[in-house]
Ligand binder design. Structure first.
Ligand code: TYD
Length: 136
């Protein structure tokens, strides 16, 4: 349902550095980057799936929990490690919650923002992944 990408930390006496290259450590061409921060701890973000979009989630600071759901099983992933990216393909329902006050969550995306790519209704998502129609 997801893949963990371990980024190589290039450390020296000055500190650490991680470089991410589109199409190399990330399995798609990065077309968009956004980041989520200053999120209240009682907030649940996401609550949608994407028809085509692929994404990598990296928690650069603090922590949060990513829930992923392929329509059959659900998994919670605790994110608190800037050397680790979570790659998810299209048609995965996701929710993100339990944000620490210092959480900065970076998301690398394979497409520009397109509201038509979103499935925001869980029942519709289930219908599509279980082979129903996708007239939505
Ligand atoms: P939303 O999809 O609700 O964020 P999340 O999935 O993290 O809960 O997006 C919030 C708002 O930001 C919404 O009005 C759409 C806009 N937005 C963009 O304009 N570009 C983007 O790349 C993203 C992710 C959101």
């Amino acid at each position: 349902m997801y893949k963990t990408i371990c980024f190589k930390e290039i450390g020296d006496s000055r500190g650490a550095l991680i470089a991410i290259e589109s199409g190399k450590s990330i399995p798609f061409e990065i077309k968009r980057i956004y980041y989520i921060f200053n999120t209240r701890s009682d907030v649940v973000r996401g609550k949608h799936a994407h028809k085509k979009l692929e994404q990598v989630f990296i928690c650069l600071s603090g922590s949060c929990t990513l829930l992923i759901d392929d329509g059959e099983k659900r998994e919670e992933i605790f994110l608190n490690d800037k050397t680790r990216g979570i790659y998810i393909q299209s048609m995965i329902w996701r929710e993100i919650y339990d944000f620490s006050s210092d959480c900065v969550l970076v998301v690398l995306a394979s497409q520009h923002y397109d509201e038509d790519d979103y499935i925001r209704d869980y029942a519709t998502f289930l219908k599509i992944v279980k082979g129903g129609n996708d007239n939505e």
